[in-house]
Design a protein around this ligand. Structure first.
Ligand code: MG
Length: 495
């Protein structure tokens, strides 16, 4: 057996354990009875320990070192390079640190839940301070050139830096504000028909219809219900999604289905023969999000898409949508209006929610704001940027779960994902003659084929910016998002 084969064997073993953890997590979100929760947490942490031991074993380290000086194919080289990177990073984090972080995360998450329920930031404050101090420690343990926050960003978006995010957001901010200013002067379209009673079973069936049309493979996945929709990969041929149905709101199920469906198509399209290796893994969270957003927004909120699907939707709910025209519907699904809650915001104001979080996180890592001042800093930013008044902490600084897990540096990937989506979609439109014509007929195959060929097949062989440059000819540029937004909303709102 060659060194490379041994390396693959060990990686597959680690992936098997990690996928088993995913099964337990999936089950926890979908099926687990309340009393099973405590032991489940223990089971998952046992597997995490085993996987960590394998990764840090002498055998694995020796193999990775040996392989770095051997002649390999370009894909093998990429797999070894990524493994070396993961190994170096993990070796810097001491076992004590990892244990302390895991314990603090559990406590902080409980405190955050209580604080949000009571809408009282002061309950969360001491735990946030603890978890933030651990994250500062992580920055020191890992090390950085320019900014400690670079360490946080690199966890989710390898290679992304604070400086780069600042440039991307600075470029996007004023054209977005300008467009938003024009839209805000216009009347908000009627969407009352979206908020009527929509039967759960029929909503479910319509979601399945959309997923099948996108090309989601139900022989290699399944959909279930959960409190928060998510996608999880349990292996190359088992990529599961969940959705949530609100009978008084037609938006929630449809776009969560399309969004998670987009994530799942990416996972189903990763090369199965590279299982457990970088080449079989998603490139970054930003690229992952681009695959969900391209389907959710560029496709799923377009007129072409609903030319194909509005009649089917109407037939599913004849007494609810009988008098609604395609244009009324198209306007209702693209309402732009500044609001308090990130997850319920439209595709334009969404980015301000993210920019605010980025500014705050960066300041926290520069230690230029105090934790106790977070609610007022938050509220001031929402007032000055979005002109909304935050009535309480629950709908303000406590709305997101991320900080309670210590997931700093995660938020920027959401916006970056949308910007990648627009840049990719622009290229797909150039590469596929009459792409909109196919979509209007409900034929999503040409787009999926393009995504498979240009993005999915490469896994993590390239980092996000390299991949973007390879596919589109240039690195990430929010101008593509602005072109898309100006064209779409210019038409919709007659600007
Ligand atoms: Mg997502």
């Amino acid at each position: 057996m060659s060194d490379y084969d041994k390396f693959v064997e060990l990686n597959v073993k680690i992936a098997d354990i990690s996928n088993s953890m995913s099964v337990l997590n999936w089950d926890q979100e979908v099926n687990l009875p309340k009393n099973g929760l405590e032991k489940r947490a223990k089971q998952i942490s046992t597997l995490a320990g085993i996987s960590h031991e394998l990764l840090l074993s002498k055998e694995y380290e020796t193999l990775v070192k040996k392989l770095q000086s051997q002649t390999l194919t370009s894909i093998e080289k990429a797999n070894v390079k990524e493994a070396a990177k993961v190994l170096t990073k993990n070796k810097k984090l001491t076992t004590d640190y990892i244990r302390e972080l895991a314990e603090t995360q559990t406590l902080a998450n409980n405190a955050w839940l209580e604080a949000r329920n009571k809408s009282d930031f002061s309950i969360f404050e001491p735990f946030l301070e603890k978890i933030l101090n651990l994250k500062f420690k992580e920055c020191d343990l890992i090390g950085y050139d320019k900014h400690p926050y670079d360490v946080m960003l690199d966890t989710y978006e390898p290679g992304l830096t604070t400086e780069r995010v600042e440039i991307i957001f600075k470029d996007a901010k004023s054209p977005l504000l300008e467009l938003l200013g024009k839209i805000n002067k216009k009347e908000v379209p009627n969407n009352s028909f979206m908020l009527r009673q929509y039967n759960k079973a029929q909503q479910w069936d319509f979601g399945i219809y959309l997923l099948k049309q996108m090309g989601y493979d139900f022989d290699s996945g399944r959909q279930d219900l959960s409190a928060h929709p998510f996608t999880t990969s349990l292996g190359p041929n088992d990529v599961r999604i969940t959705t949530r149905i609100n009978e008084q709101n037609l938006y929630e199920m449809i776009w969560s289905c399309i969004h998670e469906g987009g994530h799942a198509l990416y996972e189903q399209g990763l090369p199965a023969d590279q299982y457990g290796l970088a080449a079989g893994e998603y490139a970054s969270l930003g690229i992952h999000e681009s695959q969900s957003r391209i389907w959710e927004n560029n496709v799923g909120r377009s007129l072409s898409y609903w030319k194909a699907n509005f009649k089917v939707l109407k037939d599913s709910f004849p007494d609810r949508l009988a008098n609604v025209t395609l244009v009324d519907f198209y306007k209702a699904i693209n309402i732009v209006k500044p609001s308090l809650i990130r997850t319920a915001s439209d595709e334009l104001t969404y980015h301000f929610h993210v920019m605010i979080r980025f500014e705050i996180e960066k300041a926290l890592f520069e230690k230029s704001i105090k934790i106790k001042d977070l609610p007022s800093v938050w509220n001031d930013k929402y007032k000055s940027i979005l002109d909304v008044n935050v009535p309480n902490d629950a709908q303000g600084v406590l709305q997101d779960i991320h900080w309670s897990h210590g997931s700093f540096g995660y938020f920027p990937t959401y916006s970056i994902g949308s910007f990648y989506a627009a840049q990719f979609y622009n290229k797909a439109q150039k590469d596929i003659p009459n792409l909109e014509g196919y979509i209007e007929k409900g034929d999503m195959k040409p787009l999926l084929k393009w995504l498979r060929k240009n993005i999915h097949q490469y896994g993590r062989v390239y980092n996000a910016e390299e991949l973007c440059e390879k596919v589109t000819g240039s690195t990430l540029n929010s101008k593509y998002f602005m072109d898309y937004a100006n064209q779409k909303y210019g038409g919709l709102y007659e600007l």
